[in-house]
Write a protein that binds this ligand. Structure first.
Ligand code: GLN
Length: 193
């Protein structure tokens, strides 16, 4: 059995850039499913929480019970989870926000929503991914900022002393949009976990 047969990737599919994540995963030769119903979470080994609006996604997580189920699987360490942009906000322990977000609290970090400003303050910058030492162009869209984190967490990418990717056991977050990068190096790393 190849590694690919053991991996079942899901993308939380209530709202956000679902298709772009599907394409990034497909570019690596994997397939994925769209997670909308609680029962589909059971089969997954890997789950991506996409970018979008964290307030909207959090309402669906509450309503469907998927939020609680993700917390359970995360604690059992039976699921690898990657939160990108809004997804990163949802995974943080603490969120600085104007509107309430029911975050899942799965990574010891404090994150501030829309910390660089509004849509017109979206930007691109070159970063280096420490695990593979590869440079890539990162796109930040109304991005959040990691304002503090436990020193027990691995920083996989930083820029001007700000952490841009954090990893704590089975939970990975990035404040930018990795689904827009080719080759899809961050997805590749995530799927190898
Ligand atoms: N600003 C969004 C939020 O706070 C995140 C933006 C994104 O995911 N690109 O939820």
């Amino acid at each position: 059995m190849s590694n690919k047969d053991k991996i079942n990737v899901g993308i939380l599919a209530f709202h956000g850039d679902i298709e772009e994540h599907e394409e990034a995963i497909a570019s690596l030769g994997f397939s994925s499913i769209r997670l909308k119903y609680l029962e589909d979470l059971d089969n997954l080994t890997h789950l991506i929480l996409p970018g979008g609006e964290s307030t909207t996604i959090s309402k669906f997580l509450d309503k469907t019970g998927i939020g609680k189920a993700i917390q359970k699987r995360a604690k059992e360490k039976t699921l690898q989870i990657y939160g990108t942009c809004a997804g990163a906000i949802l995974l943080a322990k603490e969120v600085e926000t104007q509107y309430p977000v029911s975050n899942l609290g799965l990574i010891d970090a404090k994150i501030s929503r829309n910390a660089y400003g509004s849509q017109i303050h979206s930007f691109e910058t070159e970063l280096n991914f420490k695990p593979t030492k590869q440079n890539f162009e990162a796109i930040f869209i109304r991005a959040p900022k990691i304002i503090s984190h436990s020193d027990k967490i691995d920083v996989l990418c930083e820029h001007q002393e700000e952490a841009m990717i954090l990893e704590q056991d089975n939970v990975l977050i990035s404040t930018f949009h990795p689904e827009l990068i080719r080759p899809a190096i961050i997805h590749e790393y995530f799927l190898s976990k």
